[in-house]
Design a protein around this ligand. Structure first.
Ligand code: SAH
Length: 444
């Protein structure tokens, strides 16, 4: 089921020699120890955001291996007829064999090898991107870390999959832990992995996982964070920064399957979510029902356009969560967001560069970034996730601004008096008051 103890027992030889590291390009930090990686990432965030916000200490993982719950494999038929499975060499569409990986769920890697070994006897052909002939394009495996559920997506160029019943029977015999098999039809000449059509061959068509005590359904095409252990760390920090007391109106923009909104719903008056992907919105609605969250609504729309409409109607919000893709948010979105006058904007970002750009834009619109917390969601890779709190200028008493940062104000281990973190709430740390009139919210 992927518990940490089991993962530890799986044994990991240090230093890890990845046979395809040069070709894959995924784990850019393979040559560094984990603590060096954390230092480097924290420094990168601090440098990228220097002068605009104070960067706190990064939160790393205690066991930074095999964390990826979503594993993807491409296939290639060699000239001698052998089939290999693995990854695309960086920047190309050439498949390089890779049977094990430092960061992928190990069972998913085993399932991929089993599928590869079954292909010849079922006469399943491999899709050739140049000629457009062949059937199997990719395999995608998603695992629910807490539930143990396993979804196998066979991405094929046609809905006609020969002897699919027998194929699934043979696969399940070797991997009874698989709870669901979906045939995804991708018949276009595209570099996108998934096509639009999903045909459920076995099981429910989705898996469930548990995050922060809530259950979430995840369909093949919906976004779900790839590192669930650190996602909980990230979401808890986001909730802490939001300082919810049960009274607030909350917006969750770029809401995916509704994870943040549903977790927030317990501590808010009402939550409104907006997300572009209709599969994700359907998952989100199901997730709200399953978690008995009745004070939450979902809208399928472009987040910028939707917020504009809300602002036009004079809607306000107390807290705005935003979690845009790598490209960051848009000026339309940010304009509309400030017209809704949130007390707090909790910005979750997987790209410090676009976070810096957007914080600067928010500054111009009258919001100021108070602090940013990096969370290492992607050990061994160069990717960095962080969560940032913004509040309105002059709204509180102690907004930290760029011109006002001493060097000591850059690290949580090295806290100057103005560096107010949750453990150390001075009077300048102005959170909201809850109904019991106790200090509840936490700024930074
Ligand atoms: N908050 C979610 C999802 C974050 S990923 C979570 O933590 O799981 C970013 C999400 O933004 C994806 O689900 C993507 O489909 C969605 N998205 C991308 N562009 C968008 C847009 N213009 N408007 C609304 N949602 C968008």
């Amino acid at each position: 089921m992927g518990s940490e103890t089991e993962e530890r027992q799986s044994g990991i030889a240090e230093p890890w020699h990845c046979p395809v590291s040069r070709k894959c390009g995924g784990c850019q930090y393979l040559g560094l120890s984990y603590s060096e990686q954390l230092e480097k990432k924290e420094r990168q965030v601090r440098e990228t955001l220097s002068g605009i916000v104070r960067t706190e200490k990064i939160t790393g993982m205690s066991f930074p291996y095999f964390y990826r719950n979503k594993v993807h494999a491409a296939f290639r038929r060699k000239k001698n007829g052998d089939i290999i499975s693995g990854i695309y060499a960086e920047g190309t569409h050439k498949v390089v064999q890779a049977d094990r990986c430092l960061i992928e769920n190990q069972n998913a890697d085993r399932i991929i090898q089993t599928i590869r070994s079954l292909l010849p006897s079922f006469r399943i052909t491999i899709y050739n991107e140049d000629s457009g002939y062949g059937l199997l394009r990719h395999i995608l495996i998603r695992t629910g870390r807490r539930t143990g559920q396993v979804l196998v997506v066979l991405v094929a160029s046609s809905p006609v999959f020969p002897s699919k019943k027998n194929f699934i029977g043979a696969l399940l015999k070797k991997h009874p832990e698989i709870t669901c098999v979906v045939l995804n039809v991708n018949d276009r000449k595209t570099s996108m992995v998934l096509g639009d059509r999903n045909i459920v061959l076995f099981g429910k068509g989705y898996i469930e996982d548990i995050l922060c005590g809530k259950i979430f359904r995840i369909s093949p095409s919906s976004f779900y964070q790839v590192n669930p252990v650190q996602t909980e760390v990230l979401y808890r920090k986001a909730m802490q920064l939001a300082g919810l007391t049960g009274n607030e109106t909350v917006f969750d923009a770029y809401s995916g399957i509704g994870t943040i909104g549903i977790i927030a719903a317990d501590q808010a008056r009402e939550v409104t979510c907006v997300e572009l992907n209709d599969h994700a919105v359907r998952d989100a609605e199901w997730n709200a029902r399953k978690n008995k969250a009745s004070n939450i609504r979902f809208y399928q729309d472009d987040a910028g356009r939707f917020l504009e409409k809300m602002a036009e109607q004079g809607k306000r919000t107390d807290v705005l969560f935003m979690d845009p893709p790598r490209s960051g948010s848009t000026e339309t979105f940010m304009h509309a967001a400030v017209r809704m006058h949130p007390d707090r904007i909790v910005y979750i970002s997987c790209n410090p560069e676009t976070l810096a750009r957007d914080i600067r834009y928010f500054h111009r619109l009258g919001y100021i970034a108070e602090c940013v917390y990096p969370v290492d969601m992607f050990p061994w890779t160069g990717s960095i996730e962080s969560v940032c709190l913004l509040t309105e200028h002059n709204q509180g008493t102690q907004n930290h601004n760029s011109q006002n940062q001493g060097p000591q104000n850059n690290n949580s281990q090295n806290q100057g008096p103005q560096n107010n973190n949750s453990q150390n709430q001075g009077p300048q740390n102005h959170g909201t008051q809850n109904r019991d009139n106790q200090y509840h919210g936490t700024k930074c």
